[in-house]
Design a protein around this ligand. Structure first.
Ligand code: 13P
Length: 284
């Protein structure tokens, strides 16, 4: 299957009450592990590529690998820019073949965020590319983004509704208490905000920082209108644990395939468990 925009599956997710996972691709092993889980689970999914991952892998490699994976998995797959920081980056990704982009204008004042997101939506929708916007700031560290917990600001529901009405983004990320990275305690999710915003907008809500959120909280947020959930750190943790165990069990090992292979397998199992939890299994 060719890459598709998120609009190929997100409206159905919101209607039927499941969520589609965004799994970040960081290298070949991530790309393959995610793809294999989706193929076996018959689940749609979103490859997230951050600007850091694009710098690491190379833009053309990201697109080529995602296209090959989508063909092989034969399920609906979107290639999505994660936390795009500017109109320029968004346009570069669209020209290279991304089927979906996030423009993260959350650090701008509301009016400016709306204006910049509108520009992205106009350009992206003209060529059939879906758009995610963000309101409020999500705490934690992800690549170039670092937001101190104390500076993380939950989204104001009224502003979120206005943001969606004026931008018409296809997916709406709002800060509701989750954070990028693993949690020290249990995250306190503002379910009321999810419910209030979801009732008033057509687009599904996006939950960033999906790693380490308890299953029950994930299920509740999906019931209330979350239709896209981002997971990166948990795959990194399980992958690195598997590699570390292999290297510790055989200090003489030098063939990267022998330790990266188990890392890829760990990513696959993590992604599979998330697809089942999100209810996207069998929805391809
Ligand atoms: P985690 O790394 O916490 O899973 O968050 C991923 C994310 O939200 C990507 O935008």
């Amino acid at each position: 299957m060719p890459l598709v925009p998120m609009t190929a599956f997100l409206p159905r997710a919101k209607e039927e009450g499941f969520a589609v996972g965004q799994f970040n691709m960081n290298n070949l092993e991530f790309t393959q592990g995610i793809m294999e889980a989706a193929k076996e689970e018959q689940s749609p999914f979103i490859f997230g590529a951050s600007e850091g991952a694009i710098r690491y892998m190379g833009l053309e490699n990201v697109v080529a690998l995602a296209k090959i994976a989508a063909r092989e998995a034969n399920v609906p797959v979107a290639l999505h820019l994660d936390h795009g920081s500017s109109f320029d980056v968004v346009m570069k990704c669209i020209r290279a073949g991304f089927s979906s982009v996030m423009f993260d204008g959350s650090h701008y004042p509301l009016e400016e965020n709306i204006r910049l997101t509108q520009e992205v939506v106009k350009a992206a929708h003209a060529v059939g590319v879906s758009v995610e916007g963000e309101l409020g700031t999500i705490g934690g560290v992800e690549d170039d983004l670092e937001v101190d917990e104390a500076d993380a600001q939950l989204a104001n529901p009224k502003e979120a509704i206005r943001f969606w009405q004026e931008t018409q983004v296809d997916a709406m990320a709002i800060a509701v208490g989750t954070a990028h990275g693993m949690y020290k305690g249990e995250p306190k999710i503002n379910f009321d905000t999810i419910a209030e915003v979801s009732r008033q907008i057509d687009a599904p809500i996006v939950l960033h920082g999906g790693s380490g959120v308890p299953d029950a909280a994930i299920q509740r947020s999906i019931e209330l209108g979350v239709g896209k959930i981002n997971v990166n750190t948990e795959s990194q943790v399980t992958c690195t644990q598997a590699i570390r165990e292999r290297l510790q069990s055989d200090p003489d090992m030098i063939d990267p395939r022998k330790y990266l292979g188990p890392g890829r397998e760990a990513i696959k199992e993590t992604v599979r468990s998330k697809m089942r939890l999100f209810g996207s299994t069998g929805k391809a």
